[in-house]
Structures are given as C-alpha cells and as structure tokens.
Design a protein around this ligand. Sequence first.
Ligand code: NAD
Ligand code: ZN
Length: 359
Amino acid sequence: MRKVAVALGSNRYEIYVSSDLLAQAGRWLRTSGFSGKAVIITDPTVNNLYGEVLGQSLANEGFSVRTLLVPAGEEQKSLETAGRLYQELTDCGAERATPILALGGGVIGDLGGFVAATYMRGVPLVQVPTTLLSQVDSSIGGKVAVDHGQLKNKIGAFYQPELVIADTATLKTLPPEQLANGLAEVIKSAVIRDKEFFLFLEKNLDRVKSLDGEVLGEVVFRTAQIKAEVVAKDEKDAGLRNILNYGHTIGHAIESVSGFEMGHGQAVAIGMVAAARISNKMDLLDNDGRDRLKKIIQRAGLPTEVPDLEKEKVLQAMKHDKKTRQGKARFVLLHSIGSTLVTDGVSPALVEEVLSRHE
Ligand SMILES: NC(=O)c1ccc[n+]([C@@H]2O[C@H](COP(=O)([O-])OP(=O)(O)OC[C@H]3O[C@@H](n4cnc5c(N)ncnc54)[C@H](O)[C@@H]3O)[C@@H](O)[C@H]2O)c1
Ligand SMILES: [Zn+2]
C-alpha cells in the first residue's frame, strides 16, 4: 500500500492508495482509536457494489454499523438531504465520536463531508472515494459543500478527514464516461505541475483506459500527491491553490451554460484546451505543448471544443462570473507543460478568438 501525507499542521492525515483496501478499513479505524458505532453514507449503486465489504470490515472489528442511503446525483447535494441525514443520524444515536464514512463519488464525499462537518459541530470523517475524480481530487483538500439555488458548492466548510481510503480496485466498475471525467483532473494535475507525469500519461493512457490495475494505482497516487502538495501549501485557498483551477475558468462557464448536463471533467477538458491556446497566443506556451495537451485530452475520450451554438452564452457566463474583475476573468496559463502562471491580463477578445477558431 502507498501513502500520501497531507501535511496540514494539526490536521495532518493520510491518503491510502492501493487495490483491495476496503476490507481493511475496520482495522484502521479501530487502531486509530475509534469504537462503538460507525455510519456509512453512500448511494444505492455504490452500496450494492461495495457496501457489504466495507460494512463487514467494520463489523469484524466490533463496530455497530448503520448505512444511510442517498440517491445518486448532484441534486442530492442539498440542504434538504443534509437535513434528512441529520435526522437519521440522531435516530440511530450517532454521537460526537461516531465516525462517518463517505463511500462513493464526489457527490457523496461533499455531502457526507458537509454533514460530518456540521452534525454536532463536527464528527470524525473518513473519505472512501470510489470514482477516479473523487480519489484524485474531491476527497483531498477538505472542501465539503452542498449546492443551494445558484450557489454551487458555496454552502460549505473546510473540514479535513481523519483518513482517505482510495481503493483503486473500485475503479474497475466505473462507466467509461466517469473514468474520462476523472482523467480530465489527472491530466490537469500533470500539466500544471509535473512534466514527467505528463510523459507517463502519454505513454500509458491506453492502459489506464483498459483499467490496468498497476497503472491506475500509479495514476491515483501521483495525482493525489500533486493535489496534497498544493493544498498543504495553501489550505484555505488564498494563493497557490489557484493553479488547480487550470481549465476551470472557461470550464465553469461551459458547465453552467449546459445547465450542469455536461460533466465537470468534460467541461474542464474544453477549458484546458482553450487555456492552452490562450497561453500560446500570448507567447507563453509553444505549439508543441499546446498540441500535445489537446491530443492527450482527445485520447482520454474528452471533448476539446465548445459546441458552436453555445459560444456566445459561454462568453456571457464568463462575464457574470463572480471571479471576474472589470470584465477580465482570472486565468491559469501555461509557460510550458508542468509550469503555470496566474493572471487577470487575458483580454475578452482573446478568449472569444480561441473559442471561435479550432486549431
Ligand atoms: N470537494 C472538492 O474539492 C471537489 C472537487 C471536485 C469535484 N467535486 C464535486 O464532486 C462531484 C462529482 O463527483 P464524481 O465525478 O465522483 O461524481 P458522482 O459522485 O456523481 O459519481 C458519479 C456516479 O458514479 C457512480 N459510482 C461511484 N463509484 C462507482 C464505482 N466504483 N463503480 C460504478 N459506479 C460508481 C455513482 O453512483 C454516481 O452515479 C461534484 O458534486 C463536484 O462538485 C468536489
Ligand atoms: Zn475540477
């Protein structure tokens, strides 16, 4: 088993990465000093696949386990669902020391994390991510949230887990579009921080797509390492953490124009290609870097262009983004593969140009 440390002062914790870890979760919780009740929050799909092995591992160590089910889907990341979970936690006698295990993708991680952060002012949280996106991104860094009206992810907290258990064997049951969705964040992490990892992905992408266990393990480990390093240097999102938003300025606008029908990874993929074109036009990134990024995104099964009809709406959405200052959005750009800069100095005309011309 490989471990990534997230070094956040008093909140230091570890991400365990390997295949077949679920069966050991109970032992780790017991040796960390937990006993008595444990609550699993999950959705029915994930529960059918992995609920039993996780529950059994906890029961084997003497925990009395309750599983709280939430239907799959972003719309469950709501105050209403959180309210229902508080009630169910109360009904099953969950106490201040009762750990909550969030078993599932980013929706369950964000919602379960939000509930753990707020129930009785905070109970211990263990993230057990089962999608590629949640193993490499959402379970790391402590952002927990629900959506509320137009406020996507904006009702939340920074709340770090006790432990993250990333069992890479669970990725074998992921539908291909979910794998691609997570790959967008994997490619993003390589391109902002680690040229060598980018070369690794170019070489091994087909093995990732065929769910080769060894390569998946390496991909999750290295991407988790990059995110852990960045958040450890900037826990509360005041500076360096910005670079994790590579591809997200335009990506968020696309997501919102699509009414969140398009997956986050798909939208970010288009945003990454556009940001590489902007970087190239501003004489930062060379043609080779720009073209290689586009190529690997295509190979991952991700889109690279905004659908024609949507371009005007995407530009409008960017103007209304809260992060926009005087009509200019904050962009993360590339100097080269593995190296970034953050700037407010991208003209709206250039954004329009790269969204309109495919190259
Ligand atoms: N907190 C953060 O820092 C952060 C970062 C990025 C994204 N997010 C959030 O993450 C969410 C998206 O997460 P996601 O992409 O994991 O999607 P998701 O949580 O909606 O999961 C996608 C689907 O995959 C299914 N599933 C999960 N694991 C499976 C498995 N092993 N096998 C088969 N099916 C499985 C689920 O039932 C669900 O239907 C969004 O709400 C987003 O806002 C949070
Ligand atoms: Zn993202």
